[in-house]
Design a protein around this ligand. Structure first.
Ligand code: ADP
Ligand code: ZN
Ligand code: MG
Length: 483
C-alpha cells in the first residue's frame, strides 16, 4: 500500500458563526442563553401564519465587519433567499439564507481564500430526551425554539487548505479574528462556532479535484484535525485499492475515531432556493460600510505584523502573542509598564519571558491574566535581569515566587537574597578563590585551552548560589590570568 504522502490533500471549510446581537435575525426575541425552553419565542420565529420577518440591522452590520476583516467585496444590497428543507427544528419548513448574492465575496485570511460570507438564521435545537424523557410511555425528542432564528454568518473558504494542521491553524486565526472583532462568542463547545470540513485527495500533479466528502459539525479544533487525518487515510486506502471515493456526508466520532456515513449524494437535498418574498432587498449603503470600517479594531494578522516590524519579535513569537488575543493584550500591558520604556530592546526579552518562562510555568493556561503575576511585575523583573541586578537563573526563582504569591520583584530579590553577585569588589575574590582551588585547570586556561572554563564558572556559581553572571566570571578569569 502506498503512503498517504502519494496524494495531495485538498480541504475547504464551511464555518457557522453565531452573531452576538441582542435580538434574533428576523424578530425581536432576545438572545439569552440558559432560559427555560421555548420562552424566547414569538409568532415570527415559530412561523405562525401571517407573521412577517424584519431583518436585524445589527446582524448586517456585524456581517459587514466580518467582510472587512476578511478583505471581501461587500454586496451592494442585502438579498435573502428561501432554502427549503423539512426538519423538526425548522418550523417554517425552510430557512431564510442567502443564495446567489452573498453579503460578502472574495477575500482571504492567513493564505486561505474566502469564497463567500452570507447571513442566515439558525435552526432550533432538538433534544433527544430518550427514555428519561418519555412522553405517553415512549422515548421522545423535543424541540427548544429559543435558539431558532439566531443570526448566523456562514463563512465558506476556497479549497486552499492542504493539511489537517493547516486547517487547525486557519481556524485558530479565524476564531481570534472574530473574537477581536467582537462579532461572536466563538465558543465551539456552546456551538457559537461550528465547522464542517470538505475533504478530497488527488495524486500529485493531477489538476482536477478529487471527489469530496464532508465531515459535519465537529466541536473542537483538535477533533477537526483528527477527523481530517482519519478521513484522508480512509480515502487514500480506497484509492490505493483501486476503488472510488463516494461523495457523502460523514460523522466523525472523536472517541472511537470512527467515520460513519450520514447521507450520500443520491439522498442529497435539492433546496429549491428562491428569493424570500417576505423581504425586499435592502441596500448596503456607503454609510453602513463606513460605520463598520470605523468599528474595526486591530486584527490579529496586523498585530503580528506590527510585533514583527516595530518590536522586532521573531515571527513565531509575534504570531503566538497576536493570535491569542488575551495573551497579546497582557504582553502589551507589560511592555507599556516596562521601566526601560517601549522599544525593540525591551520587547524582545519581555516577549521571551512571557511566552517561554511564564507560560511554561502556568500549566497549560494560555492567559496569564488569571495568574498572580501582574504585567507590571513581569516587566520589572525583566528590567532587573536586563540591568544584571539579578541573573537569569535568579530571575526564574523570582518568577516562581511571583506565580505562587504575587508581589514586587525587587522586594522578593531583597527578601530572598537573590541579588546578583557582581563587580570587581565582590566577584573578583570569588573568582580568585576558584582559580586557587583548581590549579591544574588554571594552568590549562593560561595555556590557551578554554574548554575547562565551565569548571571555574561552576565553582563560582556554587559559591554564590547561582547569583553570578557567567559572562562576567569569564571576563574576570581572563583578566586575572592575564589573557
Ligand atoms: P457543495 O455544492 O457540495 O456545497 P461547494 O462547491 O459549494 O460544494 O463547496 C463547499 C465547500 O467545499 C467549499 O469550502 C469548497 O471550497 C469545498 N470544496 C469544493 N470542492 C472540493 C473538493 N473537491 N475537495 C475539497 N473541498 C472542496
Ligand atoms: Zn421571535
Ligand atoms: Mg455549497
Amino acid at each position: 500500500m502506498s503512503p498517504v504522502s502519494d496524494y495531495e490533500i485538498v480541504i475547504g471549510l464551511e464555518i457557522h458563526v453565531q452573531l452576538k446581537t441582542r435580538t434574533k435575525m428576523f424578530c425581536g426575541c432576545e438572545l439569552t442563553f440558559g432560559e427555560p425552553p421555548n420562552t424566547r419565542v414569538c409568532e415570527v420565529c415559530l412561523a405562525l401564519p401571517g407573521s412577517l420577518p424584519v431583518p436585524n440591522a445589527e446582524a448586517i452590520h456585524l456581517g459587514v465587519m466580518i467582510g472587512h476583516a476578511l478583505g471581501c467585496e461587500i454586496a451592494p444590497r442585502m438579498k435573502f433567499d428561501r432554502k427549503q428543507y423539512f426538519y423538526p427544528d425548522s418550523p417554517k419548513g425552510y430557512q431564510i439564507s442567502q443564495f446567489d448574492e452573498p453579503l460578502c465575496a472574495g477575500g482571504g485570511i492567513g493564505g486561505v481564500r474566502i469564497e463567500r460570507v452570507h447571513l442566515e438564521e439558525d435552526a432550533a435545537k432538538t433534544i433527544h430526551a430518550g427514555a428519561s424523557g418519555r412522553i405517553h410511555g415512549s422515548a421522545s425528542s423535543v424541540v427548544d425554539f429559543n435558539r431558532g432564528g439566531t443570526p448566523l454568518a456562514e463563512i465558506v473558504t476556497e479549497p486552499d487548505i492542504h493539511s489537517a494542521e493547516q486547517a487547525g491553524e486557519f481556524l485558530r486565526l479565524l476564531r481570534t479574528t472574530l473574537r477581536v472583532l467582537g462579532v461572536s462568542d466563538v465558543n465551539m463547545e456552546e456551538g457559537s462556532l461550528r465547522c464542517d470540513a470538505n475533504i478530497s485527495i488527488r495524486p500529485h500533479g493531477q489538476t482536477e479535484l478529487g471527489t469530496k466528502t464532508e465531515l459535519k459539525n465537529m466541536n473542537s479544533f483538535r477533533y477537526i484535525e483528527k477527523g481530517i487525518t482519519a478521513e484522508v487515510a480512509r480515502q487514500a486506502a480506497l484509492l490505493d485499492a483501486g476503488e472510488r471515493v463516494v461523495q457523502e456526508t460523514l460523522h466523525f466520532d472523536p472517541r472511537t475515531e470512527a467515520l460513519t456515513s450520514m447521507r450520500s449524494k443520491e439522498e442529497a437535498n435539492d433546496y429549491r432556493y428562491f428569493p424570500e418574498p417576505d423581504l425586499v432587498p435592502v441596500p448596503v449603503t456607503a454609510a453602513m460600510i463606513e460605520r463598520a470600517r470605523a468599528a474595526m479594531p486591530e486584527l490579529p494578522a496586523a498585530r503580528a505584523a506590527r510585533f514583527e516590524e516595530d518590536l522586532e519579535l521573531h515571527p513565531d513569537t509575534a504570531k503566538l502573542l497576536a493570535w491569542r488575543s488575551e495573551l497579546g493584550d497582557w504582553f502589551e500591558e507589560a511592555l507599556a509598564a516596562s521601566p526601560d520604556g517601549v522599544s525593540a530592546a525591551t520587547a524582545g526579552p519581555l516577549a521571551n519571558w512571557t511566552t517561554n518562562e511564564l507560560l511554561k510555568r502556568l500549566e497549560g493556561e494560555t492567559d496569564p491574566g488569571g495568574s498572580k503575576v501582574t504585567p507590571a511585575a513581569l516587566a520589572q523583573l525583566v528590567a532587573l535581569v536586563g540591568a544584571k541586578s539579578v541573573t537569569a537563573a535568579g530571575g526564574r526563582q523570582v518568577l516562581e515566587v511571583l506565580i505562587a504569591e504575587g508581589g514586587d520583584p525587587a522586594a522578593i530579590v531583597e527578601a530572598q537574597g537573590l541579588g546578583a553577585v557582581g563587580g570587581e569588589d565582590t566577584l573578583a575574590p570569588v573568582v580568585q578563590e576558584a582559580l586557587a582551588a583548581n590549579p591544574d585547570i588554571a594552568e590549562r586556561l593560561r595555556g590557551g585551552d578554554m574548554k575547562p572554563m565551565g569548571v571555574i564558572i561552576g565553582h563560582v556559581m556554587k559559591a554564590t548560589k547561582g547569583r553570578a553572571d557567567g559572562g562576567e566570571v569569564t571576563k574576570l578569569v581572563r583578566s586575572q590570568l592575564g589573557l
